[in-house]
Design a binder for this molecule. Structure first.
Ligand code: PEP
Ligand code: MN
Length: 353
């Protein structure tokens, strides 16, 4: 994809390109206090949500148009660039008219091709940088599709933001990182700058430094980190925002390796492998869990564990499938035999319980 750098004059393109600011613009005072704190740390791009896509009506849905003059003031007084989320043609119009320098598309918008198309259409012929968050659901094609819609509308300063994926299981993080998806995105669109938003992945400020380091180790280009002068009073995402001072500490502690130096390329490839292995193990665990469920069913229905015709059928079919993916057939056979043996062992255990 022919893309141009998204960096803005005066912003150091060195990793990580930093975007920081509150989840939401709440008041002129809050916006200015946070912005001054960030400008003092050398942050050059200030974020604040004006229109907030909230899960439930009745919660704080952003200050709307009233917030744009506050952002303008940030720009005038601190010299920082300003960025906000847009979700419709009208919002694009007023944001650009107010001098917003960079736009981002929220995770709840990326899932909707109609909305993405409308926004892309509104931006036709305007070379403003646009960052596209991943969709809330873990679907790489939907993310790539949104990026393509902006590209087809003529935009070239496009980037992506990885903000994690919602999951029905409640795990440590608010959103599952599923690192393999942004990693695969980079392989699909190699020159696409990718930011990580550790605030929305973690949901808790304590985890933001750890996730930021992981993003750097995976060679992300930048970070978008929610920052508030008084996080505990924030009207949205209070638990995940940090103060400008905490952000400074985080940035000082980050270790940023240069992928182009000898050895760094290797460690980046190893990182990819590590994440894929983790996925393989998750899949194996899930497969064994289902095997045990089958074991329980067979026990209840008085059926034998081993049914050789079914087994031979699946091995042959899987080997054919493996060949279409350029895998060695002997290798596929051996892996399947091992997996099957373990499945049988687990089912036997269930039968004899
Ligand atoms: C945000 O950046 O505050 C936001 C609403 O993010 P997301 O679209 O990732 O949920
Ligand atoms: Mn937020």
């Amino acid at each position: 994809m022919d893309l141009e750098p998204i960096t803005l004059p005066g912003v150091d393109p060195k990793r990580p390109i930093m975007i920081a600011g509150p989840c939401s613009a709440e008041s002129e005072e809050q916006v200015m206090q946070t912005a001054r704190g960030l400008a003092a740390q050398g942050i050059k791009i200030f974020r604040a949500g004006i229109w907030k896509p909230r899960t439930k009506p009745g919660s704080f849905e952003g200050v709307g148009l009233a917030g744009l003059p506050w952002l303008k003031r940030v720009k005038a007084e601190t010299g920082m660039y300003i960025t906000t989320e847009v979700a419709s043609r009208d919002q694009v119009g007023v944001a650009l008219a107010a001098g917003v320098d960079m736009l981002w598309i929220g995770a709840r918008t990326t899932v909707n091709p109609f909305a993405v198309q409308e926004i892309a259409g509104a931006l036709r012929g305007i070379n403003v940088p646009v960052l596209i968050k991943n969709p809330v659901n873990p679907e790489l094609d939907l993310w790539v599709g949104a990026i393509e819609r902006f590209h087809r509308a003529g935009l070239r300063r496009i980037g992506a933001i990885h903000r994690g994926f919602s999951s029905h299981e409640k795990k440590v993080f608010r959103n599952e990182p599923l690192w393999h998806l942004p990693i695969e995105l980079r392989y699909e669109i190699p020159n696409l700058p990718v930011f990580c938003d550790p605030s929305h992945i973690s949901g808790k400020r304590e985890f933001v430094p750890l996730l930021s380091q992981q993003a750097m180790d995976l060679n992300f280009d930048g970070l978008m980190i929610e920052t508030h002068h008084d996080p505990s009073s924030a009207m949205s995402d209070a638990k995940q925002q940090m103060t400008p001072d905490e952000l400074e500490k985080l940035l000082k502690s980050l270790i940023v390796r240069d992928e182009n130096r000898p050895g760094e390329k290797l460690s980046s490839l190893r990182n990819r492998i590590d994440h894929l292995d983790e996925q393989l193990l998750d899949l194996l665990a899930e497969r064994m869990r289902i095997s045990c469920e089958i074991g329980t069913y067979k026990k209840e229905h008085n059926m034998p564990v081993l049914q050789s015709t079914r087994y031979n059928e699946i091995v042959e079919e899987r080997i054919r499938l493996g060949c279409t993916k350029a895998l060695n057939s002997q290798f596929v056979r051996e892996i399947l035999l091992e997996i099957h043996e373990e499945s049988v062992r687990q089912q036997m255990e269930v039968m004899t319980e």
